[in-house]
Design a protein around this ligand. Structure first.
Ligand code: HEM
Length: 145
């Protein structure tokens, strides 16, 4: 998984529990990368799972809920960093439909080693939309956020 996800994950965690706790958790987790992420690097997605378990123990918040909160945080970060994708879509549902057909396709072109999920829009009406998430990484809570 791309480094930007990890650097933003740690920024999210720092906001949640503070810098000192994040450093302690990283040390306790004994990660293959040592937790020294750079946005251009690529790291094993299991490191997010390990970190999330540790933060869950620390905060008493369920891992799925932490990942959902991170998804919401990442949405705001992406809105600032990749505003074009948001501006291009007339409505929120258009934006969601674009993820599969356009946005993640562009991400894959830019980073051929990116591991992206399939997020198809199955049904859509004025007020409801149904998305189908598929990925071997099972990060549906991130998609929900
Ligand atoms: C501007 C909008 C977006 C951009 C630029 C973007 C980009 C990315 C990038 C760079 C990754 C990491 C790939 C990797 O590390 O190998 C990723 C993963 C992911 N994206 Fe997006 N994304 C966007 C919108 C969305 C939206 C709206 C959803 C959900 C509805 C979504 C769901 C996910 C999920 C769940 C993953 C984790 C990987 C997996 O589940 O297999 N993304 N995306």
């Amino acid at each position: 998984m791309k480094g930007i996800v990890f650097t933003e994950y740690l920024a999210f965690a720092e906001q949640l529990v503070g810098e000192d706790v994040v450093e302690d958790v990283i040390e306790d987790c004994d990660l293959p990368s040592g937790g020294a992420y750079t946005s251009v690097g690529t790291y094993d997605h299991s490191e997010i799972v390990t970190l999330t378990k540790a933060f869950s123990q620390h905060t008493g918040t369920e891992p799925e809920e932490l990942v959902r909160m991170f998804g919401s945080y990442l949405g705001e970060v992406f809105q600032k960093k990749f505003g074009r994708f948001f501006d291009d879509a007339p409505t929120f549902f258009d934006f969601l439909a674009n993820v599969h057909t356009h946005i993640h396709v562009e991400v894959q072109k830019l980073y051929p080693d990116a591991e992206l999920p399939s997020i198809e829009m199955l049904e859509r009406s004025e007020f409801d939309a149904q998305l189908r998430y598929r990925s071997p990484r099972k990060m549906d809570s991130l998609a929900l956020g």
